[in-house]
Every structure is written in structure tokens, then in C-alpha cells.
Design a protein around this ligand. Structure first.
Ligand SMILES: Nc1ncnc2c1ncn2[C@@H]1O[C@H](COP(=O)(O)OP(=O)(O)O)[C@@H](O)[C@H]1O
Ligand SMILES: [Mg+2]
Length: 257
């Protein structure tokens, strides 16, 4: 099994606040991992450290076995060009889609390919259409984002990330800002990606998604991975009091019989 993402003793501090207290994470190719945790437990920070939108305070990140950063005299340094390269391999989708309003859907999906990957317009256009088709939105290529629903915008944001040919996709509460009736179409797209073998780390409060789609669930608490396992085991039969309390707070979710 190929290990795509690995973190070793990852720490992140913001001043006095230590948000991540030594995270050891390993995600294999094709695996879907769901990261659960209360608000403020550091889920976003962990994802952001994996694609280096935040620089870890200490510890290492490896993408496909390659260590990110260079160690000299015990100090880690990060080269901007390397981080830019890394972010093409580690796609990320956020709660707020951040599409450019003055560009069509197609132009939005093409943009990163043109500016970061230096693809030709022809190649970027073809790639974009293929990815829009993958999320079921090829017919919206010529529309402006303002004409799309929130769910459609989020699927465009997913297509935009996929068009960079990432090795792994990070999803940070991508359905949290959507009207309830639009959540399903985005989760369906993510489920489809998982079935196609995409490697994914998803922060979500959608326990149904975790239950049915994840290969593994991690519960982040007090800066550490507090409990982990297959979703059936963790969600049905939590081993720790904290995890039980967290699940009770999500009592709207009913486990299948
Ligand atoms: N850039 C930052 N500067 C200072 N504190 C931050 C910053 N980003 C996050 N934090 C703090 O780190 C903690 C974890 O935040 P976050 O990773 O966003 O949690 P989650 O995504 O689980 O809700 C919170 O207490 C938050 O206020
Ligand atoms: Mg968050």
C-alpha cells in the first residue's frame, strides 16, 4: 500500500495556544479519512498544515514519501517554489467556494492550470470540461457563478481542485455553509470521488457520510487524535467518554439498523 500523506509529531502553536500537540497521521492511497472534532479542536489547522497554508511549528509532513522542507542545523526551512508545487499535489476545497465572480465557470476551473501549471489554453480547457463533467456540471461551463446554486458552486470548486491533478484532496466542511437541500448533491460528488479511488481527508459533521463512505474516522480532541478506527466501530461503539459526548451532540444522525 502506498502511503500518500504522513505527518510525524506535528505541532502547531499560535502564540501561547498549542492547537496540535503531536499528530501522527498516515493516509494510504485510495483511502477516505474523515476527521471529526468539536469546533476549535484544530481540524482546519491540521488540513492547512498538510498543504502548508499554515507552517507547522514542528514535526514533518511527507507527501508520497517525500519530506516537505529542508532541515539544516536542526532547523526546517520551506522554499516557496516547493510549497507551490506541493499545493498542486494536495488539492483543497473550503467551506466558502471563492470562485471569481467575473469569470465563467470554465474560466474559474482553467485559471490555476494556466497560472500555476502553465498549461496551454487548449489543454486547460479540455481538462476543465472533463472535470466539470465528472461533477455533473459540463452544461454550466459558460455560466457565471452568480447564476449557480451553492451546491453547484461547491461542485465547481471541487472540479477546479481536481483539474490540478492532485494526489490527495482535502475537504474542509464543504457542506457547512449550504442550505440543507443542497448538501446531498455535494456529498454525492464526494462519494463518487471516493469510489473512483481518490485519496481524501474530509473534515465534516455529516456523520452519515462518515459512516457510509469513510474507510477510517479520526476524532481530534485536545490537540491529539483521541480515537480512531473504522466508522462502524467508532460511530456505533465509541471507546472514550469525549467521543460519546461528541456523538450525543450530533443526535440528529441516526445510525442505520
Ligand atoms: N491564524 C490563527 N491565529 C491564531 N489562532 C488561530 C489561527 N487559526 C486558528 N486558530 C485557533 O486555533 C484553534 C483551532 O482552530 P481551527 O483549526 O480553525 O479549529 P476547527 O477547524 O476544528 O474548528 C482555535 O482556537 C482557533 O481560534
Ligand atoms: Mg474548521
Amino acid at each position: 500500500m502506498i502511503e500518500l500523506v504522513r505527518t510525524e509529531n506535528l505541532h502547531k502553536r499560535f502564540g501561547e495556544l498549542e492547537v496540535l500537540k503531536g499528530i501522527d497521521l498516515s493516509v494510504s492511497e485510495g483511502e477516505t479519512v474523515v476527521l471529526l472534532g468539536s469546533s476549535g479542536s484544530g481540524k482546519s489547522t491540521l488540513l492547512r498544515c498538510i498543504n502548508f497554508m499554515e507552517t507547522p511549528s514542528s514535526g514533518r509532513v511527507f507527501i508520497r514519501g517525500e519530506a516537505v522542507g529542508t532541515e539544516r542545523a536542526g532547523k526546517l526551512t520551506y522554499n516557496q517554489a516547493d510549497l507551490c508545487q506541493l499545493r498542486t499535489k494536495v488539492g483543497m476545497v473550503f467551506q466558502h467556494f471563492n470562485l471569481f465572480p467575473h469569470m465563467t465557470v470554465l474560466q474559474n476551473v482553467m485559471e490555476g492550470q494556466l497560472t500555476v501549471l502553465k498549461r496551454s489554453r487548449k489543454e486547460a480547457g479540455e481538462k476543465s470540461l472533463a472535470q466539470l463533467d465528472r461533477v455533473g456540471l459540463a452544461d454550466k461551463a459558460g455560466e457565471y457563478p452568480s447564476r449557480l446554486s451553492g451546491g453547484q458552486k461547491q461542485r465547481v470548486a471541487i472540479a477546479r481542485a481536481l483539474a490540478m491533478d492532485p494526489r490527495v484532496m482535502l475537504f474542509d466542511e464543504v457542506t457547512s455553509a449550504l442550505d440543507p437541500e443542497l448538501v446531498g448533491e455535494v456529498l454525492k460528488t464526494m462519494r463518487q470521488l471516493a469510489l473512483e479511488g481518490m485519496t481524501m481527508i474530509c473534515v465534516t459533521h455529516e456523520l452519515g457520510f462518515a459512516y457510509h463512505v469513510a474507510n477510517r474516522v479520526l476524532f481530534l480532541n485536545d490537540g491529539a487524535i483521541h480515537e480512531e478506527g473504522n466508522p462502524q466501530q467508532v460511530l456505533r461503539n465509541p471507546q472514550t467518554q469525549r467521543m460519546r459526548e461528541f456523538l450525543e451532540g450530533h443526535s440528529l444522525f441516526k445510525l442505520p439498523d
